[in-house]
Design a protein. Sequence first.
Length: 181
Amino acid sequence: MKTIENDILKVLISEEELTKRVKEIADQIAQDYEDKDPLFVGVLRGSFMFFADLMRYCPIHSGLDFMAVSSYNNGTSSSGVVKINYDIRADLTGRNIILVEDILDSGNTLYNVSRHLMDRGAASVKLCVLLDKPARREKPIHPEYTGFTVPDEFVVGYGLDYADRYRNLPYIGILKPEIYE
């Protein structure tokens, strides 16, 4: 039987490594925001698995919300144009925001979304990314919380997709180039 796993060149980060690191990030955020009641904002759709696990492991008082943004349009690289498809409805005035995203590569999305949240009155916006791919950075942006730094390969799994597929893999894998070329 042909499964989606046949399209994976290799496993980059195992399910066990993901669980361990997400717990460590949650512990660090809990220490940093112990009495600050932050608002966690997940960027849909890629962050949903990471976001759910992060929230599950973070034992502090906090709120949560979601934004949906797009810049890839089913491609393998950012178009550079960030569109907010769904925005937070809550008043952000004076709130400490932890913006949670699956991957930081070009930086276009998180740079624009961070500025948007600050323009809406947030006291602070800190970035929490599962994966950081600095080789592709175009904007001067750096996450405060990072799960893993990854090479310039096309990665999928644990919420990350290619053409809305592979999100359901329980690990981060490198997609075979013949799938997306």
